[in-house]
Design a protein. Sequence first.
Length: 228
Amino acid sequence: MRATGGRALMRNAAAAATLLLWLAACATTADRQRAELAALGAALDGRYDNLAQSQAELRAGAADPHEPLALVIARVQAPLVGDDVFFVRESAADDPRRVFSQRIWVLGADAAGHSVHGVYRFAEPERWRSGADNPELFRALLVRDLQPVSGCDVRWSRTPAGFRGANDPASCRVAADAGEALRFEQVLQLENGGLAFSEREVNGAGATVRGRDAAAPYIFRRQPAGGR
């Protein structure tokens, strides 16, 4: 009887030790994941433009120079949407009133523990246009104010010098003017205070319909705080 009880106690102790090791591993993984997301968020947050690239191409007489753009990736407080939320605006570099794109990115982790950001459109874009200069506006942002861009989440991974993000073009589709569903491909590379950014729409034959591929990205440089 005592031997049986002793074996049971040993089994219980072994199970408890295994459970403690598993909990410690989970805590370590969660801490590492939080640190990774914090580092990625800090690297993304800022104001950028590609004026150096655009002007250099014009001076060199490039056949297809990149147009000068300004890019804002601003961390905002939107507690009813998520814990790690960014307002993303692309506009003309010489006139921020000429807005080409506005999105919300929500940073998090997928089921496999990879860093990802979900992409959302605004239901009423004009309402949020001043968000880059008025971040308090987003405290009122609700889930119903957003439309998810399904299948277009961007997965991030570490590189030796920063981070690389890419979506899955097979699941991210946009409608073309002719009604054909086009694959949408997006690649981002964060390194040394800069952001190489490319996106394009690809038809069934693999040809680029609109945009630029990863071989010819926009090269955005982070601007000093308080700049444009």
